[in-house]
Design a binder for this molecule. Structure first.
Ligand code: SAH
Length: 347
């Protein structure tokens, strides 16, 4: 029977060092290999030229390097790039590169599919197939960094966990990936340039606060009225707004990081004065800002973007109450790369 080789990137640096000691070699070889695997993103042992051929063969006999492959890259007329990323077991996730005049943002996935059932989101139709490993998240970032250098002549500047999946339901792996992304032994990016977006899992928001993480937090709110929120985001029945609000207050007390609320205004759902007032009230509990995002239709027409008048009403009332609000246009719509459109359509 063939023995299944272990993925070498599942090892910590310490474990790699120990492995070399067990092989009667020097511990620092572990550091060398670790540097190849993370800082240099080596996807084969052959390229590790500061190791002897013998050592490389030995590694090959013991391990594999599981890695992603960008199967298909699509470019939008607005410069946005969408990658269909094939994982080592054949499953596919998507990640997006969003260029603006001054920055390049990577929008990365944390799960294959999603276990939440948000009625307006295409990813929810895929259901959750599995969590991504830390290296699979890391590799998406590296692929986009490479594309940013190639097409825009600059490195990646920001990362948002707003691709497929619910990052806080794959908490450990997301945090491990962020550790590698921010470590000087990985990509050395500042955590201040990273935002984790969640539908709102109170327990995990508290855990992040306790760990005093340094990255930003965005919450996909869409409604501050329980009944309405539950009708469009059914898990709100399990994690009602009161629990979410308390977790967010706790987050702010620990991190002093203000929270971003992602919010879509839909016709007949939350385009009322009552909905705005509820949002204003919700925003008062912890310092926050509101990002009103445009609805990206996902085929069946059940949801409709609200009128400009309704969006203006939100903007005016929020501003009158001293709450920062931005109204964002979508990017990459023509290639199904915009918020909520990631659904492996072409895979
Ligand atoms: N599960 C996490 C990460 C996904 S982020 C979260 O919910 O935050 C994807 C963002 O796009 C979320 O803010 C989500 O609410 C929003 N979104 C989903 N479908 C959308 C659609 N069709 N149009 C616009 N935004 C959408």
């Amino acid at each position: 029977m063939e023995i299944k080789k272990k993925d070498i990137r599942a090892l910590t640096k310490e474990q790699l060092r120990n492995f070399f000691v067990e092989q009667k070699d020097k511990a620092f070889r572990g550091n060398q290999v670790y540097e190849w695997l993370w800082q240099k993103s080596a996807y084969s042992f052959d390229v590790m030229t500061n190791l002897s051929k013998e050592t490389r063969n030995m590694l090959e006999d013991n391990f594999v390097i599981n890695h992603i492959k960008v199967d298909q890259m699509q470019r939008s007329s607005d410069g946005t790039i969408k990658n269909a990323v094939r994982l080592h077991d054949g499953l596919v996730v998507e990640s997006v590169l969003i260029p603006t005049a001054s920055r390049t943002t990577a929008c990365v996935s944390s799960q294959v599919g999603c276990s939440l059932d948000c009625k307006f989101c295409a990813t929810s139709r895929l259901k959750r197939m599995r969590n991504l490993n830390p290296d699979e998240i890391y590799d998406q970032v590296v692929a986009i960094d490479n594309e940013s250098r190639l097409y825009f002549d600059r490195p990646l500047s920001n990362i948002v966990f707003m691709g497929m999946g619910e990052p806080l339901m794959n908490y450990n792996n997301v945090l491990k990936a962020i550790d590698k992304i921010t470590s000087p032994e990985g990509l050395g990016m500042s955590p201040k340039r990273i935002v984790v977006s969640t539908s709102g899992v109170p327990k995990m928001i508290r855990k992040m606060a306790d760990e005093e993480v340094k990255f930003g937090l965005a919450v996909s709110l869409h409604s501050a009225i329980d009944e309405v929120r539950t009708s469009i985001m059914p898990f709100n029945a399990t994690f009602p707004l009161k629990d979410l609000r308390e977790a967010l207050e706790y987050w702010y007390s620990k991190t002093k990081n203000r929270i971003t609320y992602e919010y879509v205004v839909w016709e007949g759902i939350n385009d009322t004065r009552e909905a705005v007032d509820a949002l204003v009230k919700f925003c008062k509990f912890a310092p926050s800002k509101v990002n009103i995002i445009e609805y990206n239709p996902i085929d069946d027409g059940e949801f409709q973007q609200a009128s400009h008048t309704a969006v203006d009403m939100y903007k005016n009332i929020l501003e009158k109450n001293g709450i920062t609000v931005t109204v964002r246009r979508s990017r990459g719509k023509d290639i199904d790369a915009a918020c909520g459109q990631l659904a492996n359509k072409d895979a």
